[in-house]
Design a binder for this molecule. Sequence first.
Ligand SMILES: [Zn+2]
Length: 266
Amino acid sequence: MDFHPTRYYRCPSCEMITSYMAASSVNNYNSTLYSDGYESGMMIHDNQELIKCSKCKTFYWMNNENYIGQDYDKIIKKLACQEAPKASDLTIADIKKAIKDKVYTETSEEIYLRQLLWRSFNHRSRESKDLFCSKTDEKLYTDNCRFLIGLYNKNNNKQMHLIAELYRNIGNFDACKTILKTIPVLFPKEDSDDQKTIRELMFRECNKKNTLIIMVKNRGKMLTQSRKPKKTEKKVTLRPPLKYPKAEDFSELQYQHEEGRYDGEV
Ligand SMILES: [Zn+2]
């Protein structure tokens, strides 16, 4: 994994300088992929896009407007700054406030924040902790999932997988399965073996009524029950492959998709 030189950003409200070192390249060797699309690994680094000013608590984007350069001497000495603290990770409370304050102006920025909130909650599951600490947590999580369902691009295979996962996360297993069945119809050319396996895993979790995220790929190997039996083992009969609808059946599917924006609180 490589990093860019440290970059400096200026708070538009109080002019406090914050530093950030973004990754320039990552490597997913031995990484773990989860059903919410989050990938973790020693060589993986998700670059942050929003800063919370440590002085005045204003949120601002790491864009050209707030970027002031990467020359430490010029910035720190000439501006007579005392310090340029590193940008801190955003907490669930931070992301919630940034969304409530509507710091975004573009749909892509809102998706970034809501996806970050969704995955930040799911980190608790990744760490084997309870997903919710309170009823407020649960409502925030569910409302945010519904917003994301409305925001993701329905013409994008990857985002359709995420929509299916969001439905599973909020307990709408029928909607999740319906979408999973439509994906190979909508995107037959993009339907790789990996995606088929992920879909089978998600189907299995729907049938178990599991709403929590699952690991779908680990250490470069797909997490699947399909493995060659050893010579001494009895042959295990595996579940037959899922039957997907044909293109002409697509209109027959009960598409329970919630189009447009979700009208929730946050
Ligand atoms: Zn500030």
